[in-house]
Ligand binder design. Structure first.
Ligand code: HEM
Length: 126
């Protein structure tokens, strides 16, 4: 999780969203809380834990200007991070679930595009 966010924070497309909501210091309380929350989110998604009760789509409503490009970069950095940290099998589970969640999210935002289809194909085959 920390690796993904350090990549996201440095990225010119994703960085500004996070700096705007949480600041640029990953050691701050806001960031530590955010990373803890995301750890709970993923444990709930992949392990069936029940530690996350938030509304992940609702939480992004105030994050304006999310576009197809945001999702393309999100998936690129997310898969790089999980590939670096986890075994192939576990990384695959994160990527598959991440793709489903990102698509659910894009449907709500009515975002649809070819770039997403391409990065999704590439991620499935990597
Ligand atoms: C596409 C680009 C994305 C951007 C720019 C983005 C940005 C953000 C930001 C700035 C927050 C913090 C909101 C706050 O606490 O003030 C957040 C929260 C969160 N994001 Fe994203 N996000 C993206 C995609 C995703 C995807 C695809 C997922 C799931 C796979 C996800 C899962 C979450 C979760 C679980 C939270 C915490 C929600 C809560 O407060 O309960 N995000 N996101």
């Amino acid at each position: 999780m920390t690796l993904f966010y350090s990549k996201a924070l440095e990225d010119k497309v994703l960085g500004p969203f996070f700096v705007h909501e949480l600041g640029d210091d990953m050691k701050s309380e806001e960031w530590v809380d955010h990373i803890d929350l995301l750890a709970d989110f993923w444990l709930t998604e992949l392990n069936g834990d029940d530690s996350y009760y938030g509304n992940f789509i609702g939480a992004h409503i105030k994050v304006s200007h999310i576009t197809e490009e945001s999702f393309v970069v999100w998936l690129k950095l997310f898969s790089q991070a999980v590939n670096e940290v986890y075994t192939q099998d576990i990384a695959k589970q994160f990527k598959e679930r991440g793709i489903l969640l990102a698509e659910e999210f894009q449907q709500v935002l009515k975002i649809k595009g070819n770039e997403w289809i391409q990065i999704k194909r590439k991620t499935y085959s990597s």
